[in-house]
Ligand binder design. Structure first.
Ligand code: ADP
Length: 167
């Protein structure tokens, strides 16, 4: 069966942790839709449109990955796309409780949709979009945490050049 999977999230901004989950998912499923959630309760650093463009750029080399955005319930969006799978990344036990609750709730809303958890690569288990934003805001090195285009976007947003550690 050709399975379509949706990977939903805020991606504010996308990190190497997200990218690792996307790359590994793209090897497992026929199509992966990276779906940026419009959440009116959160105030993101980058607009929805900016985040979609940022992700498109960094997944351009993966032919079966598509980038989209949506509002409302993730399971409704997944069903509209003909997807049977929701992908979520697990970093530490701290992620588990909320993710488990969401998976159960989503199952009550849509029986035909399965949540698949991929565990993070060890080196990204500490990595989150919030941590990246905080380091960037304070002018620290982030080039080992996010792709170069995101380093540039964050430098531009915070108006400072971050230190580089990779050269
Ligand atoms: P949300 O607001 O839905 O948590 P995020 O953009 O923070 O959106 O995360 C989207 C998904 O990516 C979540 O399943 C999250 O656990 C996962 N994720 C975030 N950071 C990492 C990482 N460093 N490694 C693996 N998965 C991650």
């Amino acid at each position: 069966m050709e399975l379509i999977a949706v990977y939903p999230g805020s991606f504010d901004p996308i990190t190497f942790g997200h990218l690792d989950i996307i790359t590994r998912s793209s090897a497992l499923f026929a199509e992966v839709i990276v779906a940026v959630v419009r959440n009116p309760q959160k105030t993101p650093l980058f607009t929805l449109e900016e985040r979609v463009e940022q992700i498109k750029e960094v997944v351009a080399h993966l032919p079966n990955v598509r980038v989209d955005s949506f509002t409302g319930l993730t399971v409704n969006y997944a069903q509209m796309q003909g997807a049977r799978v929701l992908i979520r990344g697990l970093r530490a036990v701290s992620d588990f409780e909320l993710e488990l609750q969401m998976a159960h709730i989503n199952k009550t809303l849509a029986k035909d949709i399965e949540t698949v958890f991929l565990t993070t690569k060890t080196e990204y288990s500490f990595l989150s979009s919030s941590v990246v934003k905080e380091i960037a805001r304070l002018g620290g090195a982030i080039d080992h945490l996010v792709p170069p285009s995101i380093v540039a976007a964050l430098e531009c947003r915070y108006g400072n050049k971050s230190v580089k550690i990779s050269d």
